[in-house]
Structure formats: structure tokens, C-alpha cells
Design a protein around this ligand. Structure first.
Ligand code: GLN
Length: 451
């Protein structure tokens, strides 16, 4: 049924970069056979899923939305891919994304944009716009995203779906193509809080193949999602997540959510976190710095594309020609920014200062969580904007992650879930819930109460 739905709508939505028809059907039949034989089934047996094209898959291409990896079939499965298979999930295919997960609209994909199923002329968010659009268009009931600065939560917000950025280290990064290793985090996307929890549990947990993976059990997310409540909880509202640039309808729906929390028995506490105003600036030094280092591996020798290798050119020239042809504008912009920020003489002024700001933000979160159990905010300042509107204005594009980026810098967990439609344009608004590291279960407890 999901393959038929994909056939019917994906030409317009363009959520998928690769559809694995044969593989999906074979996997579904294998689940049936197991069931008939009375064998033990995985926790998500037979449930179809759309996988962001940033996770390696042994049987499918992995492009990361880039021409530089066009045609590359990885020799191994990511840990997350392996866990999905172990849970007996049916992987339908790989979803579209901003190149190397850099963007907030999926317009930076080398394979063309994805449409927002609510209005195909608008962006589905990014970088995981393909996964969010697959859910919103009912092409898949579950999807996987990655969130470096908001790429799970912002697409969830603008498509009216649920997305969770687990605690940093909560889901393995092994086999997840690196953008900014200290921020990147894979996580679940779904249409309901409970579905997201079931997926979270299946993909989470310690992985010795990822040195930053946390060696602790997955927080009790499913139990929390089945027992939604905010009774007696303290909920923080941060002053810095409001003001100029926030759409009126987004603010209205957010305020209504706060009233709902109060009516359900929560106490609301106002918080002041002044360093949050510097989060975007710090992020756009740290993320490009790490990206410039991580993307050095795409040298035309190891993977994918190779341009100009005609026997007359040096290896350096082939590398340069390949990177020029294979990377898009936003990726090049970030490599240049990051290389500059890390260069000797500038390192302390840029990268070093950004790391200090990161510490301040982490401390402000720690102080805040002495006073409250969770923090809430709008997920993103506006609803889905038209495709093309911010494409030539990187600064305007970067603002989409104003409320999500501080969470990545601190390594906390956060969820976005729908909280109504903005009256002025009828488009979905996202409510963000933020919890301390390894308290991901609180997101689900609160999310299930207000869903
Ligand atoms: N939009 C942000 C960026 O472009 C975040 C992307 C992400 O979370 N992968 O870097």
C-alpha cells in the first residue's frame, strides 16, 4: 500500500531519492514467513520506514544529497540501519535532504527540492525535508532524520509531524555520514508521539563502534509515551525564544500550548538565558569548522565521483576538479568558512570563542534545569516559506534554526510536535519540548499529554 502511495504522489512530492521496491517487498515477505513459521518477530515487524540518505546501506546508494557521492554503494550498513533490520522494519528507500545536511529547506539537495505536502510550492524544512514529507504525504508511517542544528525538528514543525533529537550520544553515529561530529544526532520521525517512541527505542542504545555513544540504557521513552502527563511538572519558557522575527500565528499557537500545559497541571516558570542569543553565531563557526575537516575525505580517490582523471593530471588536480564539480554552493561556503575559522592566527578568535559560547549555553541550560523539568518554545519562528524565497539569502535561511540550535550545542534532547495551524496561512506550527541529556523520556511524557 505504501509503495502504491509512493507511486501515486512522489512524482510531485519528491520525498525519495531512491525507492527500493524489490528490497522492501522481499523484506515484507520475509516478515510474513517468519510469522507463519512462528518465529520471534522484531518490535517493528513489517512497518515501512523512509530512511534519510545520510545513513549507509549496503544494498542501496547513499548520496547525502550530493553529486560527490552519486552512485556510491556503501560496503557496510550503519549501526542504525542494522538496528532497523533487526527490528524487522521494512525500509522503503532513501529520502531527499540538503546536501550533507546543510540547510533548512531541502533546496540544497543536488537532486532537486522536495515539496511540502501541505502546499507543494512551499519548503518541507531541512535538511531532512524528504523524511518529513514522506510522513506528511502518508508515503511512510515512520522515518529517520538527523539533527545537527534542527534538521529533524524544523522539518517536523513545518510538515505537522513529530520529530525527536535524542540526547547527543543516544543513537549511534556509526555509518551516518559526518557533517559536524560534535553536534550530529540521528533520531526518529513519525506522525504520533508513541510511534516516535517505538522507533526511538529500536534505534537507540550504546554502540562500541561510536566513541561518543553513551554507555547507558535507552531512557524509558515508550513507557512515557503511553503515560502522558504534565501534572505537577515545572515547565520553563525562555525569554530569548520570542520577539522580533516570530510570525504572529506561531506565537498565538505557542501561547495556547502554554495555557494548555497550565490547565493540565503544569507550573510555568519564566527563564532568562542571555547566551542563547549567541547560539546561531557560535553554531555557524563550530559546524562549518567541523564540516571543513570532515569533508576533506571526499578527495576523489576514496569514494564516488572522480573528475578529470585522464592520465595527464596530478592527483591534486583531480581532487580539486572533483570537489569543484561535486560540491554545491552551500557546502563550499561552509568549507571555506570553517577552513578560515580553524586557520592559525584566527583559531582562538573564531573557533575558540565559539567554543566558549557553547560552554556558556550549556551552563545556562544546566541552571535552567535546576528550576524546571522541561523547557518549551516554538520549534521554528515561521511556518513553511515558499520554495525559492530564502534560497539566495543564507542569513535568512539560518534563522529557521533560532530555537533548535542551542539544544545541539548543549547536547540535550528535544522534540517537535504539531500544535495547530497558523490562522494567517493555515500551515502547521511546531511546539518544541526540551529536556536535559538522557531525560528523553520527559519529552514523550509531555508530548503525549498535549498531543
Ligand atoms: N539548518 C542547519 C544547518 O544548515 C541545521 C542542519 C542540520 O541540523 N543538519 O546547518
Amino acid at each position: 500500500a505504501h509503495l502504491a502511495r509512493i507511486d501515486a504522489v512522489d512524482e510531485k512530492v519528491h520525498a525519495f531519492l531512491h525507492i527500493d521496491r524489490e528490497g522492501a517487498l522481499a523484506q515484507a515477505r520475509a516478515v510474513d514467513a517468519k510469522r507463519e513459521a512462528g518465529e520471534k518477530l522484531g518490535p517493528l515487524a513489517g512497518v515501512p520506514l523512509a530512511l534519510k540518505d545520510i545513513f549507509t546501506t549496503q544494498d542501496m546508494p547513499t548520496t547525502v544529497g550530493s553529486k560527490i557521492l552519486e552512485g556510491w554503494i556503501p560496503p557496510y550498513d550503519a549501526t542504525l540501519t542494522r538496528k532497523l533490520r533487526a527490528a524487522d522494519v521494512v525500509i522503503l528507500g532513501k529520502t531527499n535532504m540538503d546536501e550533507f545536511a546543510m540547510g533548512s529547506s531541502t533546496e540544497n539537495s543536488a537532486y532537486g527540492p522536495t515539496g511540502n505536502p501541505w502546499d507543494l510550492t512551499r519548503i518541507p524544512g531541512g535538511s531532512g525535508g524528504g523524511s518529513a514529507a514522506a510522513l506528511a504525504s502518508f508515503e511512510a508511517p515512520l522515518a529517520i532524520g538527523t539533527d545537527t542544528g534542527g534538521s529533524i525538528r524544523q522539518p517536523a514543525a513545518v510538515t505537522g509531524t513529530v520529530g525527536v533529537k535524542p540526547t547527543y550520544g543516544g543513537v549511534s553515529r556509526y555509518g551516518m555520514v559526518a557533517f559536524s561530529s560534535s553536534l550530529d544526532q540521528g533520531g526518529p520521525c513519525a506522525r504520533t508521539v508513541l510511534d516516535a517512541a517505538l522507533l526511538h527505542e529500536a534505534i537507540g542504545g550504546h554502540d562500541p563502534m561510536d566513541s561518543t555513544s553513551i554507555d547507558a540504557p535507552v531512557p524509558p521513552v515508550v513507557e512515557a509515551a503511553r503515560n502522558g502527563s504534565v501534572e505537577g511538572m515545572r515547565v520553563g519558557v525562555v525569554k530569548q525564544f520570542s520577539g522580533e522575527g516570530y510570525q504572529a500565528g506561531v506565537v498565538q499557537r505557542f501561547n495556547e500550548s502554554v495555557e494548555l500545559l497550565k490547565s493540565l497541571g503544569a507550573t510555568v516558570v519564566e527563564l532568562d538565558c542571555p547566551s542563547f542569543d549567541l547560539a546561531l553565531s557560535a553554531y555557524y563557526l563550530i559546524a562549518p569548522s567541523e564540516c571543513s575537516s570532515n569533508l576533506a575525505r571526499f578527495d576523489a580517490m576514496r569514494y564516488g565521483l572522480r573528475v578529470g582523471d585522464d592520465g595527464t593530471r596530478s592527483a591534486e588536480d583531480v581532487t580539486a576538479l572533483t570537489r569543484e564539480a561535486g560540491f554545491g554552493d552551500e557546502v563550499k561556503r561552509r568549507i571555506i568558512l570553517g577552513t578560515y575559522a580553524l586557520s592559525s592566527g584566527y583559531y582562538d578568535a573564531y573557533y575558540g570563542s565559539a567554543q566558549k559560547v557553547r560552554t556558556l549555553i550549556t551552563r545556562e541550560f544546566e541552571k535552567a534545569f535546576e528550576q524546571v523539568d522541561v523547557i518549551v518554545s516554538p520549534t521554528t519562528p515561521t511556518t513553511a516559506f515558499p520554495i525559492g524565497e530564502r534560497a539566495d539569502d543564507p542569513m535568512a535561511m539560518y534563522l529557521a534554526d533560532l530555537c533548535t540550535i542551542p539544544v545541539n550545542l548543549a547536547g540535550n534532547s528535544a522534540m517537535s510536535l504539531p500544535c495547530g495551524l497558523a490562522p494567517e496561512d493555515g500551515l502547521p506550527v511546531g511546539l518544541q519540548i526540551i529536556a536535559p541529556a538522557m531525560k528523553d523520556d520527559r519529552l514523550y511524557k509531555v508530548g503525549a499529554a498535549v498531543e
